[in-house]
Design a protein around this ligand. Structure first.
Ligand SMILES: [Zn+2]
Length: 155
């Protein structure tokens, strides 16, 4: 799915959420949402702030909008529970492309990888009464940096 198609879908979800919760429709929120859709996945708050400042949108507007997108379940945090050392990383929930991420359970570092083998196993498999369209794959473990830190603590 193209990023512009994703934006059209999530813009509809945001509009419905804003209306249902009696909030104001603002152009700034729509811009922040568009930037989240255009950014590479996963993205950090700082990535969106940097892009938004080029459009004269403040850090607080970006922060508040991402909090709203989290509540509306348009965006979710990939590493919220592990964010002791790494900044929170987010992705659009309505990401309809096959994608896979490695998430470090020690520091919350998130990295993306191409799920070619998984695509062959998951998408080409036959399911009874189900036709798969896309998938998200999260692999939890320890990153290279955290493994190195553990090695140093042992000595
Ligand atoms: Zn780590």
């Amino acid at each position: 799915m193209k990023k512009e198609d994703t934006y059209t879908i999530v813009k509809g979800v945001l509009d419905a959420y804003v209306t249902a919760n009696h909030l104001r429709h603002t152009v700034e929120r729509e811009h922040v949402l568009r930037l989240c859709c255009q950014a590479d996945t996963p993205f950090s708050m700082d990535t969106i702030v940097e892009l938004a400042q080029k459009e004269f949108i403040s850090r607080s507007t970006v922060y508040n909008t991402i909090q709203l997108l989290l509540k509306a379940k348009i965006v979710h945090s990939l590493n919220k529970q592990y964010e002791s050392r790494c900044k929170p990383q987010y992705e659009i929930v309505y990401n309809h492309n096959n994608h896979a991420q490695l998430i470090c359970t020690k520091c919350g570092r998130v990295s993306e990888f191409k799920p070619k083998i998984a695509e062959n196993v998951i998408i080409s498999r036959k399911y009874s009464n189900f036709t798969p369209h896309h998938f998200s794959l999260y692999v939890y473990g320890e990153c290279k940096i955290c493994r190195r830190l553990v090695g140093k603590n042992i000595k």
